[in-house]
Design a protein around this ligand. Structure first.
Ligand code: COA
Length: 185
């Protein structure tokens, strides 16, 4: 049976599962140093002209179909035709969530909203026990999102980012902790 990924809705955002037709918008918005700097080094940089299409065709869509990856575009409710970012969940031991948003949309709490929606999906709909996310120590904003969403710092390692090797923090939260935070134990 096909792995059907739902739209998610937050106060100000629509989260729509990625499709191949998102390639042009991702190709336009994503290749910015301010976005990729602290993302994992497997992202090609400089970003090739077919980077978005090849990511969707070879990585995201097969991962979504196989039920091991969930990717949504972030769209303002007021302009739902506009892709302003992406948030992803991934099966695996070390890295279960990633996100980016265009610089002009930052600092309004939008990613914090999206993070709550997909973290709920991870624990409630997918029934996972643990969510873990590494991030560069220097990535202060992303770190704030971990802190304010109740995650715990469980280790520090050196990771390879698009901007080179940097100390990274490993943050995690369990399903029990997430439910307790949300008052749904
Ligand atoms: C990380 C990122 C997604 C944050 O998106 P955002 O929509 O600006 O985040 P929010 O507005 O929800 O803010 C999150 C927290 O950071 C704080 N913050 C926002 N901008 C900040 C800044 N420039 N400096 C310090 N803190 C900042 C906010 O106050 C908020 O903290 P709070 O909950 O205590 O108020 C965005 O900066 C981004 O796309 N970065 C590039 C990609 C990336 O690094 N992804 C994460 C990889 S681990």
């Amino acid at each position: 049976m096909a792995n059907v990924i739902p739209n998610l809705v937050t106060e100000r955002l629509l989260l729509r599962p990625l499709g191949l037709d998102d390639a042009p918008a991702i190709q336009t918005v994503f290749p910015q140093w301010e976005i990729v700097r602290f993302l994992a080094s497997h992202i090609p940089w400089p970003y090739p002209p077919d980077g978005a299409e090849s990511f969707l065709r070879n990585v995201a869509l097969p991962g979504m179909a196989a039920g091991r990856e969930w990717h949504w575009s972030l769209r303002p409710k007021t302009t739902p035709e506009q892709l302003i970012g992406v948030i992803s969940l991934l099966v695996g031991e070390k890295n279960n969530r990633g996100f980016w948003i265009a610089p002009e949309w930052r600092g309004q709490g939008l990613m914090s909203e999206a993070v709550v929606a997909v973290t709920d999906f991870w624990f409630k709909e997918l029934g996972c026990d643990l969510l873990r996310a590494p991030k560069a120590v220097e990535n202060i904003t992303s770190r704030r999102i971990s802190q304010s969403s109740g995650m715990r710092l469980v280790g520090t390692e050196t990771h390879s980012f698009v901007s080179g090797e940097h100390p990274a923090e490993i943050w995690e939260i369990t399903a029990v902790e997430w439910r307790a935070r949300k008052g749904t134990t």
